[in-house]
Write a protein of this length. Structure first.
Length: 159
């Protein structure tokens, strides 16, 4: 059963056609990585596009009732997702190229009159003016043979 009749029901037919076109566009933009979008956005594009295309198929070929509701708010999501894909493509094309690391000049043909390359002067690293502090050594504690949980005791004070 084909419900697409642009002569008798043009609004419904255009609604179904636009839903199918936007669904297919979202699936294509999500399936191919044109703008370098992240994986989550691409999956969202594919899932929403499949839902739109499936619903358009249902309305166009399976739906057999006389009363239907058209929700133009449903076209906000495809517009936002397609605009996000286009923005990613534009940003990717206008982004400056990554700076290339500096390459040393290629060796020229042997020139006997050329001056030898001198290494560039490098400033010496600053030397510390004070010696590093020393860590005081602590005498080892005397083990207590009869009680393993006892704390070491100070030697008795003698006069």
């Amino acid at each position: 059963m084909n419900n697409l009749d642009f002569g008798n029901h043009p609004l419904f037919s255009w609604y179904v056609a636009l839903m199918a076109v936007s669904g297919i566009a979202m699936v294509i933009l999500g399936a191919i990585n044109v703008g370098g979008q992240k994986g989550g956005w691409r999956i969202l594009n594919i899932l929403a596009g499949a839902a739109f295309a499936g619903y358009a198929y249902y309305l166009g070929f399976v739906f057999d009732e006389d009363v239907y509701h058209i929700y133009f708010q449903a076209f906000i999501l495809p517009v936002l997702l397609i605009a996000g894909s286009v923005k990613a493509v534009v940003n990717r094309r206008t982004a400056p190229a990554a700076p290339q690391p500096a390459q040393p000049p290629a060796p020229a043909a042997h020139d006997p009159n050329a001056q030898p390359l001198q290494p560039s002067p490098v400033a010496p690293a600053p030397q510390p003016t004070q010696p590093a502090p020393t860590i005081p050594t602590i005498p080892p504690a005397r083990p207590v043979a009869d009680n393993p949980y006892a704390q070491p005791q100070q030697p008795p004070h003698t006069n």
